[in-house]
Design a protein around this ligand. Structure first.
Ligand code: NIG
Ligand code: FE
Length: 403
């Protein structure tokens, strides 16, 4: 007979089944190693179990561990001066075209040591984890050379080894044009396609992303990056229709993209293509807020088409320097008019799906034992409070992370 851990006297938002929130009023979770062996009402607990340890949660709210499926966590420096310039009227695009923006962070990242990159990213990851995050995606894209992209991805991988956290890495080498390729975007794209196999061979890449935009890469260049990913069997995702409609979402959907992210300028053709491909829409209210955008993503069209909606922090030093996924739930509701239940699903099951992960995001038998315990009465409060952290305990892979 197995020795399991029993977590009981919990109010469960399982996000599974047909009840709103997958609600179980007086629930229990049986954890066997890293997995959920059984989830349900305490009254229905199977008999004859050998329970090694019992944890009484005192009626606290339990949700799946949160998934932040879009971050740029590894970088050097900060861009507060650009924030001031934008407040004085400069646009994000003006600053980028003048050599600031992403390129400024590339210079600071290249100048930082591995230890500095690791220490700053670790502190950021721990801040996210304190709010219940158990799975985190980290993109490269501030190295922009074979050497520096690899360095950043190694830091991301090491975070996943050192912290009680699942880290999925995404290669975003097609993020901006590095200075040594000035006016040679096609040559840079060819270089990215050339270095991708080595990054993959080193086990550094779970997915490939690009920034398809007037200040990023054209659809034709994005296609070449995706073709290189496809040759290696790597899934793709895309920064699409953030500042304008370039048709990036439909292009990415044609490659079976896991997700298209941002999407404020998404067209109805883009929505249709994403629905047909099963591509997740990752909405990033932090960037919308911080860049003071006014064009809303087409949330109702996405809902009507049955496109799964995720929410993420997009943590980065230029467009979204925040480190609170809970704040993104609040902004997802206030700014984008998601329901609180959609917002929670967006940082749980749909966030997982945006990373190609089917083993987490709900509390169900067979899922990974990632869950968060909250000092809250109802899951709608996760989207309601902002600026304070009601997370009491975090369990990742069956282990308490903050004992
Ligand atoms: O997701 N849009 C492109 N990339 C980032 C911003 C990068 C930066 O400004 O440093 C984003 O918003
Ligand atoms: Fe981003």
């Amino acid at each position: 007979m197995k020795s399991m851990h029993l977590w009981r006297n919990a109010r469960l938002a399982t996000l599974a089944g047909t009840e709103p929130w997958g609600w179980v009023e007086r629930g229990a979770l049986l954890v066997d190693g890293q997995q959920l062996h059984w989830v349900g009402a305490e009254a229905d607990l199977p008999a004859g179990l050998s329970v090694a340890e019992e944890h009484d949660l005192g009626g606290a709210l339990v949700t799946p561990g949160l998934v932040d499926c879009h971050t740029h966590l590894v970088y050097g420096g900060q861009r507060a001066r650009e924030f001031e310039l934008r407040l004085q009227g400069a646009s994000y695009e003006d600053i980028a075209r003048a050599g600031g923006g992403i390129r400024a962070t590339v210079a600071a990242t290249r100048a930082a040591s591995d230890a500095q990159l690791f220490a700053s990213a670790e502190a950021r990851a721990r801040t996210l984890m304190a709010e219940g995050v158990t799975t985190l995606e980290i993109k490269s894209g501030y190295g922009l050379s074979a050497e520096h992209e690899a360095r950043c991805l190694r830091v991301a991988r090491r975070l996943g080894r050192v912290l009680p956290l699942t880290v999925k890495t995404t290669c975003l080498s097609a993020h901006a044009l590095p200075p040594e390729f000035e006016d040679r975007a096609d040559d840079y794209v060819a270089a990215v396609c050339d270095w991708l196999p080595a990054l993959q061979a080193e086990g550094l890449v779970d997915a490939v992303d690009a920034f398809c935009e007037s200040i990023g890469f054209t659809p034709a260049q994005t296609r070449r990056v995706f073709e290189a990913a496809q040759r290696l069997g790597l899934p793709v995702k895309l920064h699409a229709e953030q500042l304008s409609d370039c048709g990036g979402a439909a292009l990415a959907a044609g490659f079976g993209a896991l997700s298209c992210d941002h999407l404020e300028h998404l067209s109805s053709d883009g929505v249709r293509a994403m629905a047909a491909a099963g591509t997740v829409a990752v909405l990033l209210p932090g960037a919308y807020y911080f860049l003071r955008e006014t064009k809303l993503p087409p949330v109702q069209a996405l809902r009507d088409a049955g496109v799964p909606i995720a929410l993420a922090s997009d943590h980065n030093p230029g467009s979204s320097p925040g480190l609170s996924l809970l704040l993104m739930l609040n902004m997802g509701c206030t700014l984008f008019r998601l329901t609180p239940e959609e917002a929670l699903r967006g940082v749980a099951v749909n966030g997982a799906r945006a990373l190609g992960l089917a083993d987490r995001g709900t509390l169900q038998t067979g899922q990974r034992a990632d869950f968060a315990v909250w000092d809250l009465e109802h899951p709608n409060e996760l989207s309601y409070w902002f600026g304070h952290n009601p997370c009491r305990r975090v369990i990742a892979g069956g282990q308490e992370t903050n004992p």
